[in-house]
Design a protein around this ligand. Structure first.
Ligand code: 13P
Ligand code: SF4
Length: 367
């Protein structure tokens, strides 16, 4: 389901869940969790709302959630509190007899929607005429299972924000060039950090099927897909200069889905896990501006009253699709599971999984 659909299509949540008092929903969720015990597993991404996180068996960044899904062999049902691509990854990495449920099918990812498999196949064909057999595809996990499968079939791998450096480094041991999908910013930031100059990076525009590059094609080392995160693109250089002016001595820490300019002007960048750990380890009284999704920033602020923490963008940016999962949808999902129904199941077909798992395994082996 694309982001546009998520705005118009209802989730199917039965009316009665919309009327339930919050305390009643909380009690019922706790009861179902107790009744189901180990047969149920409830992982949640760090961007989930607090009302959902309080019931999570585990929280994590994309890499941790993929690892946890792969390790969990006892749960019959995984109610995944995150977005669609994360639930697909969990389905690919779990056994056939384990069922993955996404409480609201409208919980997509606008970045993952910026690359579809048809665009990817077209791009590959055209890029091959320019670069022959010199490219290895890498895809950020924020992509469809079909793209992970394409990448796996062509010898490539998935990456997350916490292992992108290691994976890009590995990719260059395999081929001369990489095609990095679908987040141009994570690709650019990572390659630059590894010493690839901006002049050696081209951008593939999947809407116009064109390569944006001014120099000699022989010099291209990285081809970046022209995709981005609509939440992280909201953090700007102006935000950084404003915050430094208002709070002298403040540390700026951002997610690498922010633009190259923003990452370069920040003090630190890293995955949601890295951001959480950095603030945990910071000294009392230290000052921080965080450039990532607002549910996580608000949680970090609450957990660290001994530090001065603000959002890098004062008009905080929620991830609207992560926010789709709320108490009513979670309770609905759990009651359906308890009654033996597989409502909102995420199922990746066998053919797609076959190669997608290769791309994921190549990453997990190196994680
Ligand atoms: P992390 O892997 O850092 O948790 O990031 C996932 C994501 O979607 C960030 O927008
Ligand atoms: Fe996708 Fe951005 Fe939301 Fe992450 S924050 S899930 S990349 S839209």
């Amino acid at each position: 389901m694309s982001i546009l659909d998520t705005l118009t299509v209802p989730s199917g949540l039965p009316e009665r869940y919309k009327q339930l008092p919050i305390e009643e929903m909380k009690t019922q969720i706790s009861t179902i969790k107790k009744v189901m015990g180990d047969r149920l597993y409830l992982p949640a991404h760090h961007y989930q709302k607090d009302e959902v996180v309080q019931f999570a068996d585990d929280t994590g960044d994309s890499l941790q959630l993929a690892q946890l899904a792969a390790q969990n062999k006892q749960a019959e049902t995984i109610v995944f509190c995150g977005v669609h691509f994360m639930a697909e990854t969990a389905d690919i990495l779990t056994e056939d007899n384990q069922t993955v449920i996404l409480p609201d099918m409208r919980a997509g990812c606008s970045m993952a929607d910026m690359a579809d498999i048809y665009q990817t196949e077209r791009a590959w064909k055209q890029l091959k005429t320019l670069f022959g057999n010199t490219m290895l595809p890498l895809t950020y996990v924020n992509s469809t299972a079909a793209i992970k499968s394409f990448v796996g079939k062509h010898g490539g791998a998935t990456v997350t924000s916490s292992n992108a450096m290691a994976m890009v480094d590995w990719a260059f041991t395999q081929k001369e060039r990489i095609l990095f999908l679908p987040d141009q910013h994570l690709g650019r930031n990572t390659a630059y950090e590894l010493g690839v100059s901006l002049e050696a990076m081209a951008v593939w525009d999947p809407i116009n099927d064109t390569l944006e590059y001014e120099g000699n094609y022989d010099d291209v080392k990285v081809i970046l897909w022209k995709g981005h995160c609509s939440v992280h693109e909201k953090f700007t250089l102006e935000n950084i200069s404003d915050i430094r002016r208002k709070h002298p001595g403040i540390n700026v820490i951002v997610h690498p889905e922010c633009s190259y300019e923003v990452v370069e002007q920040s003090d630190f960048s890293g995955s949601t896990k890295m951001i959480i750990e950095t603030i945990e380890q910071a000294s009392q009284g230290s000052k921080w501006a965080i450039g990532t999704e607002m549910n996580l920033v608000n949680r970090i602020i609450q957990q660290h009253p001994d530090k001065e923490i603000v959002s890098l963008n004062p008009n905080m940016c929620p991830c609207l699709t992560m926010n789709r999962i709320d108490l009513p949808h979670l309770l609905w999902a759990l009651e359906e599971v308890l009654d033996g129904r597989k409502t909102n199941q995420i199922k990746v077909d066998r053919d797609t999984s076959l190669y997608a798992i290769k791309a994921l395994d190549r990453m997990l082996e190196r994680a």
